[in-house]
Design a protein around this ligand. Sequence first.
Ligand SMILES: Nc1ncnc2c1ncn2[C@@H]1O[C@H](COP(=O)(O)OP(=O)(O)OP(=O)(O)O)[C@@H](O)[C@H]1O
Ligand SMILES: [Mg+2]
Length: 228
Amino acid sequence: MTTTTTTRTGLALSDVVLTFGDGDTQVNALDHVDLTVTPGEIVAVVGPSGAGKSSLLAVAGGLTTPTSGSVVVGGADLTSMSKAALARYRRDHVGFVFQSGNLVPALTAIDQLRLVEKITGRRAATPPQKLLESVGMAEHAKRRPGRLSGGERQRVGIARALVASPSVLLVDEPTAALDRRRSHEIVELLARQTHEFGVATVMVTHDHDVLEHCDRVLEMVDGRLRAV
Ligand SMILES: Nc1ncnc2c1ncn2[C@@H]1O[C@H](COP(=O)(O)OP(=O)(O)OP(=O)(O)O)[C@@H](O)[C@H]1O
Ligand SMILES: [Mg+2]
């Protein structure tokens, strides 16, 4: 395994359209979306159910190829990449954090992070133990998810998303399963890690309570993105 440093350049979506279905049932999940997120910036996206928020993350993370428009990370346009190149892009440049942490039940907290090192074949620029420390989970490093609270699992999920030194961090409803105090803690932590590691972070949330921790808030309605 080798240690590599990535040049972080942020994320730029230009005129992105994502259409599902055809004819009468056609939906523009994303309707001419422009979004630039700079390294070290955390942008919150709010909006009603079905507005296109998860679609936005899927396109930014190279999970879904848009119908038209461009998605540029590190000078490369995802929309012109092959499937294999997209898989490499996700592995090397994107961290995902989901609602429930999405941890592997059989692995201890520290092994969740080491697994990413194994998969990528590269040592984390910040060692796993240090990453766990940075999210306040150092003393629970040997615990499996079954013995962690929802907030603690979410912290491990965030640490794991940072192992590969991603340029882009995509976070979908990170506080949906948490109480008010833990929600604040988690989003504060996300903002701190975003600034410290120079990641371009997009966080989708229904939780208006936690927006104060974000650098910018955008609203998505019917596939269109606008400033709040
Ligand atoms: N695979 C798909 N096939 C067809 N339509 C889809 C698909 N995925 C999403 N859609 C449609 O695209 C629109 C946007 O969906 P999306 O999941 O992005 O919304 P969302 O804002 O994340 O909603 P929620 O807040 O409920 O999670 C919706 O109208 C949805 O029905
Ligand atoms: Mg969604």
